[in-house]
Design a protein around this ligand. Structure first.
Ligand code: G3H
Ligand code: 13P
Ligand code: ZN
Length: 335
């Protein structure tokens, strides 16, 4: 058993309370590779932002759970080396789907876990979430739960249609589970194809898809039921069209990829939404840079040559999200 506190990580409690009060959101960036980790830490240090580094079940399978945990420990030390005296880095399990997985992460030094029981019947979601909360709180680890189902694939959790969170359930759910934050469904979804073209309109000038707005009425009803309670938005990549265009210009094929407009994420950040999950935008930033580099330098084959621009492009994207969208820059609690 390793406590995250020994690794210099923090849980989400204090940063969420400050974010809800201050009208900004903490970025939750997924990572699978060293370059993503480095870019996240560089961006967080340069902007003096707290940050959540999250690991999915797929990331654990790809990179190895132990390696990822040591990378997070390394991230804290790297942040200090870059000049941040008191880094506020959370190591979070994204979309945990069982008690055993959550326990395993808590035991190996994660400071926060998500138990995603959103595909289960309501009472089963409550029972599973409560069991994880009881274990996690013994070690001062914070727990994110989910109510309502996002369209698309959530690791093992699949749903064809989007079911918005029912505001009338949130008080009962939060009280009975004791969860520390709640992921809700208001129209976001995972991946680079968040809406079907028939759900969107088209910008007459660019021909690009314009997605329908998020259900802010549902969010505001939830906020009224649970004043000050930390709310989480998954599936919040904006799928930057310049990255999509670069990918398509250099041999990729991502027709009609569409995300959540940043203006709507900016608005959500000012509400009780205090954690915004971004993974696909990092994948797009990395792929765009690699495709462009290799197309322009066909004789190069040293991975450092093409991963460096990829890392720089991800860092630029992370800084943009922190400063221009979520507003978590200069929000470290301990200067
Ligand atoms: O919610 C999904 C995240 O983007 C993680 O995706 O399961 O492919 O690692 P993944
Ligand atoms: P995106 O696919 O929109 O980046 O969502 C990531 C996410 O919600 C991770 O849990
Ligand atoms: Zn998610």
């Amino acid at each position: 058993m390793v406590s995250y506190k020994e690794l210099g990580l923090v849980n989400t409690r204090a940063m969420f309370a400050a974010a809800v009060k201050g009208g900004y959101a903490i970025p939750a960036f997924n990572f699978n590779t060293m370059e993503q980790m480095q870019a996240i830490v560089q961006a967080a240090v340069e902007t003096k932002s707290p940050v959540i580094m999250q690991v999915s079940k797929g990331a654990r399978n790809y990179a190895n759970a132990t390696i990822l945990r040591y990378m997070a420990q390394g991230a804290v030390e790297y942040a200090k080396e870059l000049g941040c005296a008191h880094p506020e880095i959370v190591l979070h399990l994204d979309h945990g789907d069982s008690f055993e997985l959550c326990k395993d992460c808590i035991d190996m030094g994660f400071s926060s876990v998500m138990i995603d029981g959103s595909a289960l019947p309501y009472e089963e979601n409550i029972a599973l979430t409560k069991k994880v909360v009881e274990y996690a709180h013994k070690y001062d680890v914070t727990v994110e739960a989910e109510l309502g189902v996002l369209a698309g694939v959530e690791d093992e959790v699949a749903s064809e249609v989007s079911h918005y969170t029912k505001p009338e359930e949130v008080i009962d759910f939060a009280t009975r589970t004791g969860c520390d934050s709640l992921a809700i469904s208001i129209g976001t979804s995972h991946g680079a194809y968040k809406f079907k073209p028939e759900q969107c309109t088209r910008d007459p000038k660019t021909g690009k898809l314009v997605p329908p707005p998020l259900a802010f009425d549902v969010l505001h009803e939830i906020e009224k039921k649970l004043p000050g309670f930390p709310i989480v938005l998954h599936g919040s990549s904006s799928v930057p069209q310049d990255e999509v265009d670069t990918i398509n210009a250099f041999g990729g094929k991502l027709p009609d990829a569409v995300g959540i407009p940043e203006e709507q994420l900016r608005e959500a950040s000012k509400s009780a939404v205090c954690k915004i999950n971004i993974d696909s935008d990092s994948r797009l930033a990395m792929t765009a840079a690699v495709r462009k580099y290799l197309a322009e330098n066909p004789s190069h084959f040293d991975p450092r040559q093409y991963l460096k621009p990829a890392r720089d492009n991800m860092k630029k994207m992370y800084i943009h999200k922190i400063v221009d969208v979520l507003g978590s820059n200069d929000k470290l609690l301990q200067k």
